[in-house]
Write a protein that binds this ligand. Structure first.
Ligand code: ZN
Ligand code: ZN
Length: 286
């Protein structure tokens, strides 16, 4: 498909927002002509529009887990697509809890939704959203083959890496995880591996700025992957392009792009990108 592409909409790890250089995690994947949103951190709607997507053309949304930096803007994205004129069904895939999350959002917006149905003659948004809660295995999506792997992101147990396979093109997202060797087989020979990464050098800076959290450092090291570890996964999986995503830290003055490159040097010598918001990678024909 000529227009197939991956666009990183938000590349920051974690839900805090202290600058607008990087927004929390979300991506747009256009594959086989299907417009898929992967994760819905704050800023996803703005990012998708900036990437040139008409929100009414979203076909499916995939949520990897229910941490707020991945799901906070799910409801607002769908509602905004609706007020933009959405008329078709949007499939939403997420782990157990996604349906309840979305039901509560829709209930919280009931006044507005009911008002617009009556006042503006819109189709009921609640009838346009079809939620499928998934676990490990192959997802029932007809746009392309989608597979899910439970990764290691304690204390969250329902957290999944996702792999999208179309004829001649495959993209794997690690989601949030500590280094997880089963990702090697899961991502094997993917054209692109979008892997989360945390640079140890910046963690003290992140922790020093965080308020109202006494265990953030322990959480970060138990639940996330260092860039050299992501590089090992990419190398062992023989992927075509390693893209670091969900960056921690994301806006730290003592960390720059050269630190990420230095961290993978000697392990990964293939195509490499440090994710940036609105970075686009077009589908290459094989
Ligand atoms: Zn996250
Ligand atoms: Zn997470």
């Amino acid at each position: 498909m000529n227009n197939d592409r991956l666009v990183l909409l938000g590349t920051k790890g974690g839900p805090s927002m202290r600058s607008i250089t990087r927004m929390p995690t979300s991506s747009l994947l256009v594959i086989n002509g299907c417009n898929c949103i992967i994760d819905c951190g704050l800023g996803v709607a703005r990012g998708a529009v900036a990437a040139g997507l008409e929100l009414t053309e979203i076909d499916a949304v995939f949520i990897t887990h229910l941490h707020s930096d991945h799901v906070l803007e799910l409801g607002p994205l769908l509602h905004t697509a609706w007020t933009n004129g959405l008329m078709k069904t949007v499939r939403v895939y997420g782990p157990v809890g996604t349906r309840t999350h979305l039901d509560h959002f829709l209930e919280s917006m009931r006044f507005d939704i009911d008002l617009r149905i009556g006042d503006e003659g819109r189709i009921d948004l609640r009838e346009l959203i079809v939620v499928s809660e998934y676990g490990e295995g192959t997802l029932d999506y007809d746009g392309c083959r989608v597979s899910a792997l439970r990764v290691h992101h304690p204390p969250v147990t329902e957290c999944y890496g996702l792999r999208f396979d179309a004829e001649g093109w495959s993209i794997t997202f690690s989601s949030d995880t500590s280094k997880f060797p089963p990702l090697v087989d899961f991502a094997r020979d993917s054209d692109i591996l979008v892997h989360e990464a945390m640079l140890a050098k910046g963690v003290d800076w992140v922790v020093s700025r965080a308020k109202n959290t006494s265990r953030l450092r322990q959480h970060l090291f138990a639940s996330h992957t260092l860039p050299d570890e992501a590089a090992e996964i990419a190398r062992d999986a023989n992927v075509g392009h390693l893209v670091l995503h969900h960056l921690v830290p994301a806006d730290c003055p003592v960390v720059d792009e050269s630190d990420w490159h230095a961290a993978v040097a000697g392990i990964w010598d293939g195509e490499f990108s440090v994710g940036e918001d609105l970075m686009e990678i077009k589908r290459m024909q094989r």
